[in-house]
Design a binder for this molecule. Structure first.
Ligand code: SF4
Ligand code: SF4
Length: 193
């Protein structure tokens, strides 16, 4: 069936002679660009210059390490809550006071959607969102980050940990202190962040 084209739309803009030349509009566009050449730049020459990210930025999730050891107690909550099932782990027993640790902990970075839910549910502040966002893989295997790749010393994560301490669970405000309420059973010394 032939398609009927409506050439006479009542809303169609009527072009006069100047409009039909098109040059005025082209020069207007060029003038606009020219004006902006002398204004301060709002873009960065990435990757030579990188943005100064705030603590609220959610980069790749990492494991918090204390003196080379992961804080994680292998409770499995993060793996359970992760929407794309990006986290997998194997728990094992340890003689440390925390009793359990992840013998194997992996995040498939091709699956991760940077939602931050793992950080939200972790009762130990053992997994947090970092500032790192620029990494590439040459194959799918490289995208699976193991414990060694995930562990970052807590001193390098202090910006995020301090921010979490103030803003985590903000809806509950004064009546809900996540560190006290969420971590009732934690054996970690909570006076040290
Ligand atoms: S940030 Fe979200 S998607 Fe990524 S590992 Fe954590 S819970 Fe999973
Ligand atoms: S929720 Fe926290 S403590 Fe539990 S397994 Fe995940 S990272 Fe470890």
């Amino acid at each position: 069936m032939a398609v009927k084209i409506n050439y006479g739309n009542k809303d169609e803009r009527k072009l006069n002679f100047v409009h039909k030349l098109y040059f005025p509009e082209i020069f207007k566009g060029m003038w606009f660009t020219f004006k902006h050449m002398f204004r301060p730049s709002v873009t960065l020459e990435y990757p030579e210059y990188k943005p100064n990210l705030g603590p609220e930025f959610r980069g790749r999730p990492v494991l918090v390490a204390e003196n080379g050891k992961e804080r994680c107690v292998a409770c499995g909550l993060c793996a359970r809550v992760c929407p794309p099932l990006a986290i997998s782990m194997q728990a094992a027993e340890t003689d440390d006071v925390k009793e359990r640790y992840p013998e194997r902990f992996e995040i498939d970075m091709l699956r991760c959607i940077y939602c931050g839910l793992c950080e939200e549910v972790c009762p130990e502040e053992a997994i947090v969102m970092s500032e790192e966002y620029d990494f590439v893989f040459h194959n799918r295997k490289d995208a699976i980050f193991d414990k060694q790749k995930l562990m970052i010393e807590k001193t390098r994560l202090s910006k995020r940990l301090d921010w979490l301490n103030v803003f985590r669970n903000p809806n509950f405000g004064d009546v809900y202190d996540h560190q006290v309420q969420n971590n009732k059973h934690s054996v970690r010394d909570r006076s040290v962040r």
